[in-house]
Design a protein around this ligand. Structure first.
Ligand SMILES: [Zn+2]
Length: 184
């Protein structure tokens, strides 16, 4: 979640236009007075990435429900479509150029891909409201198969969010060691 209002002031209207006014998560149009926010799709607590590709238009409510958690498979599929859709990519690039905002499509995709492909089966991903759903590695692999692997993933920090047990993004100890569920 972007705390400062600066990002919204600068690129919020443009992101709204690109999203046709719809929240990435619930798909419903955000009424102008309904407290739209810009969400970091890959949460800052996982990897701080302010690139325009990682910023999505969302209801304040959806954004607050998601908190510092990773979004569930259907959200990932939508976000990947947004990333790959040529018209959207062009629109994001134009918005970034106009507002002198950071752009890093390849890097952002690589970070998100590494993050999701390192999750263990059953990892809790945010679905909607207070609902979480187990990660489906096969579905995630299929979704990411269309996105080429770019730069190796480097750098992350421990999550400070308040996700339910198993919902926190886990720190990867090394690139080769998959993330394991905590011992119970
Ligand atoms: Zn929403």
């Amino acid at each position: 979640m972007k705390r400062a209002g600066t990002a919204f002031t600068r690129i919020g209207p443009g992101l709204r236009e690109i999203a046709n006014g719809a929240c990435l998560y619930c798909g419903r149009v955000v009424a102008q007075h309904a407290g739209a926010q810009i969400d970091h799709f890959i949460p800052c607590s996982s990897h701080h990435d302010d690139a325009i590709e990682n910023l999505v238009y969302a209801h304040g409510r959806c954004n607050n429900d998601k908190r510092a958690c990773l979004a569930a498979d259907p959200h990932v599929e939508r976000w990947i479509r947004r990333l790959r859709e040529p018209a959207t990519g062009t629109a994001l690039a134009e918005l970034a150029a106009l507002k002198q905002w950071e752009m890093a499509a390849d890097k952002t995709a690589a970070i998100a891909r590494s993050t999701y492909l390192s999750l263990f089966a059953g990892y809790k991903l945010w679905q909607t409201g207070k609902q979480f759903t187990a990660a489906d590695p096969d579905r995630l692999r299929a979704a990411w198969s269309s996105v080429r692997s770019a730069a190796p993933f480097a750098g992350c920090s421990r999550v400070r969010g308040a996700c339910p047990p198993g919902g926190e993004w886990k720190h990867r100890k090394s690139r080769s060691a998959p993330v394991r569920p905590p011992a119970r």
